[in-house]
Design a protein around this ligand. Structure first.
Ligand SMILES: [Zn+2]
Length: 474
């Protein structure tokens, strides 16, 4: 399995530090507004990466932080006269709703910056002791980049033109403004009520130190994967490396993976251009999260992707085709037909598709290539089914690939997740009776009960793993 490592800019074979376990940190949202769909492209990519690592047998520990104090949050609170907790709570709720809509599996933890002030202070004090940080004349604490010879190794920045002593207090700036950056910002009137009294004085943390503190607290000083959008490479991730490595004296992260921009009609999204699209905008159009998710995954994460109305329609259409295919397989795999089995053709098809699917994703998560293998599989399987010579076992093999391989990672197929307990008692009773009839090999009774269940909207199928059921679409 290979990933393109931004650190070193090359495709590298992946090895986890601890065998079988991957520790992964993901920069989460800054809770000051509704993120645009480009941000969610990154979150879906990270979810995909984690699902794929799991599919390949790793246990994954994923931490995603929530930035609930930074320059933009403070500015918004000041302008709208809001308490920062009120503002960040609102956007945190919206964020989790959007993740659910996009079927992003929850991270193991979502630590908040303001719950980790002591951890940040400890790192900053350590950096001061080592001489890597100093107090500026505005009383804020700055990181001295000239003392960290590796500064620039992630972003490819060359430091020759650095102005000695130049400092930047804002969190976000471009490479041309590379200079000593703020670890701790001394309170000023513009911060209002947002400050912490610490051994460093009254103030608040800079954005970059937040992620160093939270990642190291939950994943250790040296861990496997750190992800984000390409806009995080500089200064955010460059600064995280500088802070963490100067503090611990160890390598911080082995693999850095970054997702590219999502453009809208070939332009970067911006409020002033009127092309700023949120997940809510998509939802309000009546489009499902799975279609948007499939759209994101139809492009390679390291390539810029252009979002248009047509591309969304296209993704919706492809999704319908996948869902129809799975639904056809589901009904065929449960029909007690006397059709001739055709595993001779189906087995190699499934194997070949699975091999291409894994080969594509092992190669730096080449989702477009994996998807084209799946679409080809759908076409070929439909042909086999049209010819009527698939058999129940054959249909089950095809279905297994769609649900256990494809959907484990792409997670776009409708899977009703109701548990038996959520069904009405009469339905539970019928299911239990049918299971008994099936075990007793009383097929006439089992078929009658299947009909009964279908009348109340429950379709039952027999699989090698026993009786399975799902709700019929109404
Ligand atoms: Zn971060």
């Amino acid at each position: 399995m290979k990933f393109f490592n931004t650190l070193g800019r090359s495709l590298e074979e992946f090895h986890s530090i601890e065998p079988g376990v991957v520790k992964m940190y993901t920069c989460g949202p800054t809770l000051w507004n509704s993120p645009h769909i480009g941000n969610y492209r990154t979150f879906v990519f990270e979810d995909f990466l984690r699902r794929y690592l799991r599919y390949r047998g790793y246990k994954v520990v994923q931490i995603m932080n929530l930035t609930d104090v930074d320059d933009r949050i403070i500015k918004t609170c000041r302008e709208e006269n809001l308490d920062y907790r009120e503002l960040t709570e609102k956007y945190a709720k919206e964020f989790f709703d959007d993740l659910e809509f996009l079927n992003v599996a929850p991270a193991d933890r979502y630590p908040r910056a303001t719950d980790h002030i002591p951890e940040m202070v400890a790192i900053i004090e350590g950096l001061i002791l080592k001489g890597n940080a100093y107090r500026g004349d505005d009383d804020s604490i700055y990181y001295k980049i000239a003392l960290f010879p590796d500064y620039g190794k992630l972003s490819g920045l060359v430091l020759s033109e650095l102005k000695p002593g130049a400092r930047v207090r804002v969190d976000d700036y471009g490479k041309d403004a590379a200079q000593d950056f703020a670890l701790w910002k001394a309170w000023d009137a513009a911060d209002g009520k947002i400050f912490w009294e610490t051994t460093l004085g009254r103030g608040r943390p800079g954005w970059h130190i937040e992620c160093s503190a939270m990642s190291m607290k939950y994943l250790g000083e040296h861990f496997d994967i750190h992800t984000g959008g390409v806009d995080n490479i500089f200064p955010h991730h460059e600064n995280e490396i500088a802070q963490s490595e100067a503090f611990t004296g160890k390598k911080f992260v082995n693999y850095w993976l970054h997702a590219e921009w999502l453009l809208v009609d070939n332009q970067k999204m911006a409020k002033r251009l009127g092309n700023f699209i949120t997940v809510k905008n998509i939802r309000d159009q009546g489009i499902g999260g799975a279609a948007l998710r499939l759209l994101f995954l139809s492009g390679h994460y390291r390539m810029q992707q252009n979002f248009t109305e047509e591309s969304l329609q296209q993704a919706s259409h492809s999704l319908d085709r996948l869902n129809e295919f799975v639904s056809r397989l589901r009904s065929l795999s449960s029909e007690n037909s006397l059709r001739q089995e055709n595993t001779r053709e189906i087995e190699p098809l499934v194997k070949q598709t699975r091999d291409s699917f894994v080969a594509a994703l092992d190669n730096d998560l080449d989702t477009p290539r994996a998807l084209s293998a799946v679409y080809e599989f759908v076409t070929k399987s439909n042909k086999i089914m049209d010819s009527g010579i698939h058999g129940e076992r054959g249909a089950n093999l095809l279905l297994e690939f769609m649900l256990k391989d494809f959907n484990e990672v792409f997670a776009v197929i409708q899977v009703k997740q109701q548990t038996e307990n959520e069904l009405p008692p009469v339905a539970r009773d019928l299911l239990r009776k049918r299971e008994e009839a099936r075990r007793a090999k009383n097929w006439t009774e089992a078929d009658l009960l299947r009909e009964e269940l279908l009348k109340i909207g429950i379709r039952v199928q027999d699989t090698p793993q026993g009786q399975k059921w799902r709700l019929e679409k109404t």
